[in-house]
Design a protein around this ligand. Structure first.
Ligand code: ATP
Length: 262
């Protein structure tokens, strides 16, 4: 029998920070294994906070999040979650190999034992030849690839990505979008991808969760029909244009709302 229970279940989740800011209010969402979901919304709508709660990096103030049957941040195998931040956050004094080895080292693996894993992860992102390089020798896009390799080194099933490509030029961003889709398909990952970009969310996802600010909350949950694999040609289809229009209208609605609430 196939397991149809959601991988992630958020029920009535709220996050209030110590200074009183309600970053996320009453967020309820089910995410199935294998989905590619984007959290899209204006600055300050709680996208990062929601992602960090799913990862267990932040606690919830109210409500519940379960990930693979365990409360977020508790139980289960922490290796099952990979997190990619907006900045590549590499150790500048360490080689690419050492940077990707870090999560395995933290799990007690010897360098020799981890070598095949690290090499595999670097090959996944096209950096097999750069193991001995230092971050300063790499472009912004390459640094982000190292960051993705580091997240993939533990062979996670769930990949959480917090605006990973926001600082990159458009060409590099498009290439990395394709690389993430390839990783998702090949490794049968579930991905939650935080972004400000309508185009990026529609290109990547099979579902876009649109959030609004003050307080941060979900206002639309839009399934996208376009099939995979998606390539540059998909960006030229009527289906892609229509999905962008739909998602863009939903996002605009949130901005009006935020404006009225000011
Ligand atoms: N540690 C914190 N303490 C207090 N308030 C916080 C903290 N972290 C985030 N916030 C506030 O919570 C709200 C949501 O922040 P969050 O970073 O989750 O939004 P976001 O949608 O990811 O924004 P952006 O797209 O700009 O990264 C914002 O008002 C932010 O200022």
């Amino acid at each position: 029998m196939t397991d149809t229970s959601p991988l992630i279940q958020m029920s009535g989740v709220e996050k209030q920070f110590a200074n009183g800011t309600v970053a996320v209010r009453d967020m309820s969402l089910s995410i199935q294994k294998g989905e590619f979901v984007s959290f899209l919304g204006p600055s300050g709508c709680g996208k990062s906070t929601a992602l960090k709660m799913v990862s267990g990096l932040l606690s919830v103030s109210r409500g519940k999040i379960s990930v693979n049957g365990h409360a977020a941040g508790e139980g289960g195998d922490r290796n099952d979650i990979g997190f990619v931040f907006q900045e590549a956050t590499l150790m500048p004094w360490a080689t690419v190999f050492e940077n990707v080895y870090l999560p395995l080292k933290l799990h007690g693996m010897s360098k020799a034992g981890a070598r095949p894993r690290v090499e595999e992860a670097l090959a996944m992102v096209g950096l097999a030849k750069f193991a001995k390089a230092y971050p300063r020798e790499l472009s912004g896009g390459m640094k982000m690839r190292v960051s993705i390799a580091r997240a993939m080194a533990t062979k996670p099933k769930l990949l959480l990505m917090d605006e990973p490509f926001a600082a990159l030029d458009e060409m590099t961003r498009a290439k990395l979008n394709d690389d993430v889709l390839a990783l998702w398909e090949e490794h049968k990952l579930t991905v939650i991808f935080v972004t400000h970009s309508v185009f990026e969310s529609v290109y990547l996802s099979n579902r876009v969760v649109v959030m609004a600010a003050r307080p941060g909350r979900v206002v639309h949950d839009i399934p996208l029909p376009g099939g995979y694999p998606r390539t540059a040609a998909y960006r030229l289809t009527a289906e892609y244009a229509e999905a962008c229009r739909l998602v863009s209208n939903a996002l605009e609605g949130t901005l009006d709302h935020a404006h009225l609430n000011h």
